[in-house]
Design a binder for this molecule. Sequence first.
Ligand code: FES
Length: 352
Amino acid sequence: MTGLVLAILLIALPAGFGLWHLAGGVAAVWRRHAAETAVTGLRLRVIWRDDPAPDLFRLWLVGWPFLLPRFSAGQHVVVSVPLPDGRLAKRAYSLAAWHRFPLWYCLAIRKGTDASAVLHRSARPLTRWPVSAPRGHFTDPDPRAPLLLVAGGIGVTPFRALVMQRAAQPWAAPVTLHQTARTVPELLWRAALTQLSARYCGFRYIPRATATQARLTAADILARTGPETHVMICAGDSLTSVLSHDLLAAGLPAARLHVEAFSLALPPEDLGITITMGSHSFRPGRIGSLLEALERGSIAPDSECRTGECSLCSVEILQGRVRDIATGHPVTGRVLACSVIPETDITLRHLA
Ligand code: FES
């Protein structure tokens, strides 16, 4: 008997030791790959695409090795898109699904203009695109605190991932999602979110089509907001600024309000303004954000996220007035061009 135990130990110990080293080696290779990917980015291939509405499309992307870098729900990737005029545009798109070990990334994109329009035309199954590793800070502020999400239009994309992540955490507090769009067919992911609310009892889903129902107000939100609740808003310009203003005025602490300004959602408008930088003056015509105006005049600073996170698009307003997309408040001095809208003629300079 003693001999048998000794024999088992003699086989099991070296085998266990070897397996432990093998697992450590695989983990080290994977960590190195993840670190390199964070710097160099990925080249991902489209494996599926669908177009749920005329101006909305979804892409499913895979890469090699199959296991893609892990991420926190709410983060985005930056896709590099060559434009017809030869420029390379970088656009940030939120990840629309969360998995503990992701084998694919899913993006939901509004067709919009320039880079998104090029992707809409040319992203087909098997095409490959340079994509950054996931990044961004618009993530779950505290999984143990109740969460109330407000999504307008395409803004539901990061919140679908957030709900999936909470559903996978048994200790997570409940989450409520208010989703608004003009019509029912424009409520992106409605069927998937309805199914998720049926499966996950901690999730309450409240869709709203404003063509037939009243608009969402701060009172609707506060009715479901307790003292510990965090509120996250991802919506277009007007809904975001009105709700942020009203929620703060009603006493919601600023530390519990989290807003993502997605200036790409702004409908282009001709504001009739002139922009001046140094000796160069031009009228940008139909634009959304100040960054889009500067791109029209070929004097745009570097940009990447277009959501106010990377700080690459900083400029200084020397004269004129701009307002913050998220809050609607006027801002002066150093601003992020992707996060403000010009209201008058502007004189500015780039910041190094
Ligand atoms: S482009 Fe990243 S902050 Fe403006």
